[in-house]
Write a protein that binds this ligand. Structure first.
Ligand code: G3I
Length: 352
């Protein structure tokens, strides 16, 4: 769909007023951002947050207009690697570590003093087959996790604000995901990974990151119980990541209450993978609702002192993971595929 800036939209109206009435109109113009701000990270800092950031991926870094926005330090003060620090990318064969891609992402943060979030040490997805198919016993898998987390976190020691040490351990009903880690070690895989990460970089904040725990409910409760149990055992845990892959019009109504319950456990929270998808095609009404939804999410983080920052799961629809995963859905980001800022951008501004 065609998107016009307000000026061109007005011009279009003026021209269409004099155009022949029979001329078919092109796709309706979609609204764009009107906010005049230097950057979202600058706003987040003014609002007392640590950062506003984005995920990015290596293949995107050849796109110069994209990189120009990405490298605006006023806009993004924090970077996450969308893929290149995951297990399949960093230890594709047992004991063979490859950090070239991850280092390229880390290098985007460092020279500008931006924060890096490490993503991630232990996840059942994007896992090389040697981990899943070797029939490791409990002792072997323990040492596999220790070696992976220790080497990965150790490689980025001193360069990382926080690590998603464990990613997505729960099912939506609050039971543990059935995967090679849980099936071999039970819940123990979590303390094993957290302790290895702490030993490798004592200054990195250690997170468990999850989706569908942004509002209260069975899955959020399971995460709170896990945090309590880890703390009771003296296992290091500093934060919970609320991924926040939302749907337009369906943002949970209990964001603030839920974040307060998490932070009351003595940990911080962060919004780690924010995007708000819609059923295509984009319409002005959907974009308006998306603007409100972005504002709701940012305002919720703003209302909770222990919510330290917000990360977009990439900032442009050009590189969003959504269309590849959800048929007929997309337009989830605050910038469109041509890097034009959408009303959602203004929602973020208004939320701070
Ligand atoms: O690297 C290969 C490339 O060699 C191949 O040619 C190409 C063909 O499809 O695939 C490439 O791998 C893709 C990879 O992204 C890198 O682009 C995978 O197919 C694709 O499945 C993978 O998707 C990633 C997804 O995690 C995997 O689950 C997304 O980019 C990434 O944004 C997404 O991120 C996750 C978070 O880690 C955890 N939370 C949910 C979030 C969204 O799914």
């Amino acid at each position: 769909m065609m998107r016009l800036s307000p000026f061109f939209a007005l011009l279009g109206c003026a021209l269409s007023a004099v155009a022949a009435p029979s001329a078919p109109t092109a796709a309706a113009a979609l609204p764009t951002s009107t906010a005049k701000v230097s950057g979202l990270h600058a706003l987040a800092k003014q609002a007392g947050k640590l950062y506003f950031g984005t995920a990015t991926d290596n293949g995107e870094l050849t796109n110069q207009p994209y990189v120009a926005v990405l490298n605006n330090g006023q806009m993004f003060g924090q970077i996450t690697a969308a893929n290149s620090m995951k297990w399949d990318a960093t230890e594709p064969e047992q004991g063979v570590f490859t950090f070239t891609q991850g280092d390229q992402i880390a290098a985007l943060a460092q020279p500008m003093g931006r924060l890096l979030r490490g993503h991630n040490c232990v996840w059942h997805s994007q896992l090389p087959s040697w981990v899943t198919s070797s029939n490791f016993n409990a002792a072997q898998l323990t040492s596999v996790i220790q070696n992976h987390c220790g080497t990965l976190v150790g490689h980025y020691k001193g360069k990382t604000y926080a690590w998603d040490v464990v990613n997505e351990p729960f099912n939506d009903d609050g039971t543990f995901q059935s995967n090679v880690f849980f099936n071999t070690l039970g819940q123990n895989f979590i303390p094993i990974a957290l302790k290895a990460a702490r030993a490798a970089d004592p200054n990195a904040k250690l997170y468990i990151n999850e989706f569908n725990i942004e509002g209260t409910g069975a899955k959020a409760t399971a995460m709170k119980n896990l945090v309590k149990s880890l703390k009771a055992q003296g296992v290091p845990i500093d934060g919970v990541g609320l991924q926040s892959h939302f749907i337009v019009g369906e943002v949970p109504t209990t964001l603030v209450e839920n974040m307060r319950e998490f932070t009351a456990l003595g940990i911080e929270v962060a919004i780690t993978e924010l995007d708000i998808r819609m059923t295509l095609p984009e319409t002005a009404a959907l974009l308006e609702q998306q603007q409100k939804d972005y504002q709701t999410v940012v305002a919720a983080c703003q209302a909770v002192p222990g919510c330290v920052g917000i990360t977009l799961w990439d900032f442009t629809d050009e590189f969003s993971w959504v269309p590849g995963t959800f048929p007929n859905m997309g337009a989830a980001c605050p910038w469109d595929a041509n890097l034009v800022r959408k009303p959602g951008f203004d929602g973020i501004v208004a939320g701070f």
